[in-house]
Design a binder for this molecule. Structure first.
Ligand SMILES: Cc1ncc(COP(=O)(O)O)c(C=O)c1O
Length: 417
């Protein structure tokens, strides 16, 4: 701990790489090659996507799974299938990836933003009821970073107001809320298989549900509006081709074989690292509520309180990176502060509602604090490392904290005329 910071010329804590993502071997190659050689590359001809849908739905205790091209389209299709009408309102958190809110706009509905809790980084349920109006029809809790949202509170609110609950589980493959898999708790759950995700085929997404009518509607919308038993060129609803391809289905089938073991590792590493980092003054790892039975650690997130820690986030990130710890500040803005929402750049959507929308007025002090000053992200593949890897991460944070005065002096020198 006494050695000089790497940023100031010392030796880094870490010189070897953390696990890299994606992970694959000859089992993936064999499965994709078999699909390639079958010549059945489209979902309608092959059996790989169908097999994956069955397995993924089953893993969630769901009867239906509908795989799609990505986890943005899946959110939009779920809203369309739920029967939302033009310019209905949908509650979404302020701290999430763009798609949670733009899928709402692309369903021609109005995203209504609710701030997140500073401890959990998930939507603060105590703020939800104040955001509900007679036009509110749905709520999209995000299990951010892989930690289940407060579904007890969200389901209670949804029940009182008759809201449709669409879980955005894009970060939460394998996460468990109480005894139920994330994504299986509301009416429908949406997942992404984009490259960075804990289960990936490069791109892809899926909806899981136990609601037969909803599943049928999602399946129809993702398949050009076709209906079971209908003739080929008969289309019943506004829709398109959002089917996932067979090569991606084959890859997902082999990747899924690893997910359980990987999630157990990520969860155990996350618990260990959170305990170590919580002991450092000014660091606040994502707080794990008792209902979080398993965290999928798509990200390991924490907040840094610069005044208590003794160095700013930018300085700490720079010092950690020099110590060999990949890390970032995450999102630069809460969603309502994005130019897209500030300027209501909605293209052909929300033609009427946009005139009365003013996203500059959204109150989200917690999300703004996380984005502008406090949030730190470590990526999911680091969490697949050994406990010794977690020790390195913790030691790097401890070292940076121990040398905070040297960092402050360096910054003062840099500012001196
Ligand atoms: C929370 C969240 N929701 C939705 C998505 C959209 O998924 P995709 O990139 O597959 O469209 C993402 C990610 O990329 C995400 O992080």
């Amino acid at each position: 701990m006494t050695s000089t910071l790497a940023l100031l010329g010392g030796s880094p804590v870490r010189t070897t790489r953390f696990p890299v993502w994606p992970i694959f071997d000859e089992t993936d190659e064999a499965r994709v090659l078999a699909s390639l050689r079958s010549g059945q590359w489209g979902r309608l001809a092959g059996d790989q996507v169908a097999e994956f849908e069955r397995r993924f739905a089953e893993m969630h205790g769901c009867l239906y799974g509908i795989a799609m091209v990505n986890g943005t389209v899946s959110l939009r299709i779920a809203l369309m299938a739920a029967g939302l009408e033009a310019e209905d309102e949908v509650i979404v958190p302020t701290y999430t990836f763009l798609s949670t809110a733009t899928a709402v706009v692309e369903a021609n509905c109005v995203p209504v933003f609710v701030d997140v809790d500073l401890d959990t980084f998930n939507m603060d349920p105590t703020l939800v009821e104040a955001a509900i109006t007679p036009r509110t029809k749905a709520i999209i809790p995000v299990h951010f970073a892989g930690q289940p949202a407060d579904m007890d509170a969200i389901l209670a609110i949804a029940g009182r107001h008759g809201l449709f609950v669409l879980e955005d589980a894009a970060h939460a493959h394998g996460a468990i809320w109480r005894d139920r898999p994330a994504g299986s708790i509301g009416q429908v759950g949406s997942f992404s298989f984009q490259s960075s995700k804990n289960l990936t085929s490069g791109e892809g997404g899926i909806l899981v549900t136990n609601d037969e009518a909803l599943a049928e509607s999602c399946r129809s919308i993702h398949n050009c509006g076709r209906v079971p038993g209908g003739v080929w060129y008969e289309h019943h609803v506004i829709s398109g081709n959002y089917r996932l391809g067979e090569l991606q289905g084959a890859l997902l089938n082999s990747q899924l074989d690893r997910l359980e073991a990987q999630t157990i590792t990520r969860d155990a590493n996350g618990r260990y690292l959170a305990a170590r980092l919580a002991a450092i003054p000014g660091l606040h790892p994502q707080v794990r509520p008792e209902f979080c039975t398993r965290h999928s650690q798509h990200l390991f997130m924490l907040r840094l309180d610069a005044a208590t820690f003794g160095a700013t986030r930018a300085t700490v990130l720079e010092a950690l990176q020099a110590e060999g710890i990949p890390c970032s500040a995450g999102y630069g803005y809460p969603l309502p502060d994005q130019p897209l929402f500030r300027n209501r750049a909605f293209g052909p959507y929300l033609a009427h509602a946009r005139h009365s929308l003013d996203y500059t007025q959204v109150q989200c002090p917690n999300s703004r604090l996380i984005c502008s000053e406090q949030g730190i992200w470590l990526d999911q593949s680091m969490m697949l490392g050994t406990q010794a890897d977690m020790v390195d991460i913790a030691m790097a944070f401890e070292k940076v904290h121990a040398h905070r005065h040297a960092l402050a002096a360096r910054n003062r020198d840099a500012l001196a005329p």
